[in-house]
Write a protein that binds this ligand. Structure first.
Ligand code: ARG
Length: 409
């Protein structure tokens, strides 16, 4: 009988490469790897070949860029998702997509386990494990890096013993993760949150100081809250995001320096580059501000915060997320129009917005001729609107608490 199988989420890095022979030796499993293209700049054929050389019995590579953009980034943009108000959830959003494909591949090849390279301290283990629990409660998750007690040096030695090529160049002290929605950087000197991130950690963005002195305008068109065109050119969402990452990154837009509250309770210092995500979220918010009424905008903000938290917490495959999505979709029917953004030395600023559903009425807003607002109605409105405040103010205040209370004398 051939050994049982495990499907491993494989990036091609040292941890997941070492995991292949480790799963074979320690758990007696045949390893099938899955590498997802979510827009990270790697040679996927090379990664596939490396998986096979490291001992995988089968190595699959999937181009998931379109599915990632349509199924995860568009929903996140609809709710302007920013964890703790600053992080667009780039890594977090890719996990349920990859998790879903890990489960599908496990079913296809008859695997009984799912494996990933996450450590026991981060959020990603929570996300992968919860995906599997929700979608395939019968599959068990193995996280080798949570079990083995190897240091980096041990891993390099283990790799050498198993014929796994280790990059000859001195390894970067940083841990990074990249996809269409952003690049994250951790570790090394970044572990001191008091110290400014050195320029070398950045890869997608020019420093604002060295960015071009001339500003650039980009026009983003939305239909039902979905970005559909950039500077007049219709594009599939994933391509629009890729182009905007280039354009905004060249102006130093998208750098984020965040002390983040992890699911496991740790505070960690995270640096991100998310040029397209931040530009699109700002543009989308500006369009919503033009076409949606105040109470809906205000109520939606609470939904947005909750949505961002549950994505961060790995709860994508839950009824709460589906229900919040349904609400968000319902709010977007008029979020159609265009927004002009000025990219300039680290900032993406809204400089114009237009929509066929605009609630902006020049004849109401103007202070010049053609004003149709009726100021004489304001006094009566304020009389009624202010009634509770006036009543409160006119009612005698209770006496102040006695100052001798609790005095031991
Ligand atoms: N802190 C981020 C998150 O939990 C990103 C983690 C990405 N991992 C990395 N190795 N840089 O979503």
């Amino acid at each position: 009988m051939s050994p049982a199988k495990v499907v491993l989420a494989y990036s091609g890095g040292l941890d997941t490469s070492v995991a292949i022979p480790w799963l074979r030796e320690t758990k007696g499993l045949d390893v099938v790897t899955l590498t997802a293209d979510v827009g990270q700049p790697v040679d996927l054929e090379e990664v596939r070949a490396k998986a096979l050389r490291s001992g995988a019995v089968d190595a699959r590579v999937l181009d998931l860029r379109r599915e990632f953009a349509e199924g995860f980034l568009v929903p996140a943009l609809r709710v302007n998702a920013l964890y703790e108000g600053v992080y667009p959830l780039s890594t977090a959003l890719a996990r349920p997509l990859i998790g879903q494909h890990l489960v599908a591949l496990a079913r296809e090849v008859g695997a009984i386990h799912i494996a990933h390279g996450c450590t026991g301290k981060g959020n990603d283990q929570v996300r992968f494990d919860l995906c599997t629990t929700s979608l395939a409660p019968d599959l068990r998750v193995i996280a080798p890096a949570r079990e083995w007690k190897m240091t980096r040096e041990d891993e390099v030695a283990y790799a050498a013993r198993h014929g796994i090529p280790v990059a000859a160049t001195r390894a970067s002290p940083y841990s990074t993760d990249e996809n269409l929605w952003g690049r994250s950087i951790e570790c090394g000197t970044l572990e001191d949150p008091a110290v400014e991130p050195p320029e070398e950690v950045y890869d997608w963005t020019r420093s604002p100081e060295s960015a071009p002195a001339a500003a650039e305008r980009v026009v983003i068109e939305f239909v039902d809250g979905r970005p559909v065109a950039l500077n007049g050119q219709s594009l599939p969402v994933h391509e629009l995001i890729q182009q905007l990452n280039q354009a905004a990154g060249a102006h130093g837009v998208g750098r984020i320096d965040h002390v983040e509250s992890r699911v496991v309770g740790i505070k960690s210092r995270e640096v991100y580059e998310c040029p397209a995500a931040l530009t699109l979220i700002r543009a989308h918010q500006a369009l919503e501000g033009l076409v949606l009424p105040r109470d809906l905008l205000e109520f939606k903000r609470g939904i947005e915060r909750r949505y961002a938290e549950l994505v961060y917490d790995g709860l994508w495959f839950t009824p709460l997320r589906s229900a919040l999505d349904a609400f968000a979709v319902e709010t977007q029917h008029r979020v159609t129009g265009s927004v002009s953004m000025k990219l300039y030395r680290g900032s993406a600023t809204v400089v114009g917005r237009d929509s066929p559903h605009s609630l902006y009425r020049p004849e109401l807003a103007t202070y010049s001729s053609g004003d149709r607002f009726r100021p004489e109605m304001a006094e009566g409105f304020i009389y009624v609107w202010g009634l509770p405040a006036r009543t409160w103010g006119a009612t005698a205040a209770p006496p102040p608490p006695s100052s001798s209370a609790g005095d031991p004398t």
